[in-house]
Design a protein around this ligand. Structure first.
Ligand code: MRU
Length: 346
């Protein structure tokens, strides 16, 4: 089966024409189970509960959530439909704080909605479908651009899941890895990505389906892997990129970048331009999501007043630790010097 055919098997999101089917990623790789949503509140809950996750996929899901809201509330006789849709947009925006793709997609949908006088549904649906299709196209473009940069790579370590499950299809960092491997079958390593294990449960699953060999490592094995000389690049995605090139991504990315510097390993970040937040100068302005202690703490400590857990699920890697940021519009080399402004000004 080809890579593109494989993607249809693992799509995170499917628009049915009247509802959004969301693959429950919490159950992977053991169970493939799609939940069907017919309202925006349900989609917001699917995002907050991690059924769908990954920055671009969250944005696409939210866009379809707005479609469901318009479908539910719009009628010629309902003079309050716009306020009701706005309430749903606010609920969607509150589902998770860090990935800017969510807010980017909602802004796109809102601006299309604001211009509508007649039945807004066809136009708003077209906008969501375009956001979805553009993301897939961007992934394929980034795959090519990133693979060009990695032409002489010998081994790659990736983190979290940045594949078809995290995007409209194909993937950001994992899209680059798929393209690199098709050109030159080099060694791929994936970190487990605690505490949600996106690397162990999702990335390994996606790559195995594509028949791309992958070696799983405990997150804590990364330094020793680098010391062994097995990799020359760390390739990751992003949830939000500041104008100076600082990158918020899955917790542990910053650790990898620090380790990479020590071992002369380069760091590549792969993300569509919808992940660049043009409103923030640097990573200090990025809200880092804190999730419940229960995601880390064993049950036996739930009521123990002496034990607590600190559970930030993203961190910020300073631009100076990154060698290249790959977008569908081009590559920013050494973003610590020039940032990424040039990629969104074009
Ligand atoms: O908490 P998650 O699983 O939504 O975090 C996902 C990541 O951090 C990904 O690396 C990022 O969204 C890039 S996905 C293309």
């Amino acid at each position: 089966m080809t890579t593109r055919q494989q993607q249809s098997a693992v799509l995170a999101l499917q628009w049915t024409g009247h509802s959004l089917r969301v693959l429950d990623q919490r159950q992977l790789p053991d169970t493939i189970n799609y939940d069907e949503y017919t309202d925006a509140q349900g989609v917001a809950q699917a995002i907050a509960s991690m059924r769908v996750r990954g920055a671009p996929a969250i944005g696409i899901a939210a866009a379809y959530g707005v479609v469901l809201s318009v479908n539910q509330h719009y009628s010629k006789s309902n003079s309050s439909w716009q306020q009701q849709v706005q309430t749903d947009i606010t609920t969607l925006a509150n589902s998770r704080p860090t990935a800017v793709n969510l807010f980017w997609a909602l802004t796109q949908m809102k601006s299309v909605l604001d211009g509508q006088s007649d039945d807004p549904l066809p136009t708003i649906l077209a906008c969501a479908k375009k956001i979805h299709a553009d993301d897939i196209a961007a992934n394929y473009k980034m795959g090519e651009l990133g693979a060009d940069v990695l032409a002489n790579a010998t081994g790659i370590l990736t983190h979290c899941n940045t594949g078809a499950l995290a995007t409209g299809g194909y993937g950001t960092a994992l899209g680059v890895i798929r393209t690199v491997y098709a050109r030159n079958p080099i060694k791929i390593y994936a970190g487990e990505t605690r505490p949600w294990l996106q690397g162990q449960r999702l990335t390994v699953w996606e790559l195995a389906q594509d028949e791309i060999p992958v070696t799983l490592i405990a997150d804590s094995a990364a330094a020793w892997l680098m010391k062994s000389g097995a990799i020359d690049w760390v390739v990751v995605g992003a949830d939000r990129i500041a104008l100076n090139g600082d990158v918020a991504n899955k917790i542990g990315t910053y650790s990898l970048a620090v380790l990479a510097k020590q071992h002369d390993v380069k760091v590549m970040v792969v993300a569509p331009t919808s992940t660049i937040d043009g409103a923030i100068e640097n990573g200090d302005q990025i809200e880092i999501e804190q999730r419940q202690q229960s995601e880390l703490l064993p049950d036996c400590y739930t009521d123990n007043t002496y034990v607590s857990a600190w559970n930030p699920v993203f961190d910020v890697t300073p631009a100076g630790l990154i060698s290249a940021i790959v977008t569908e519009r081009g590559v920013a080399f050494n973003p610590g010097v020039n940032g990424v402004v040039g990629l969104i000004e074009a």
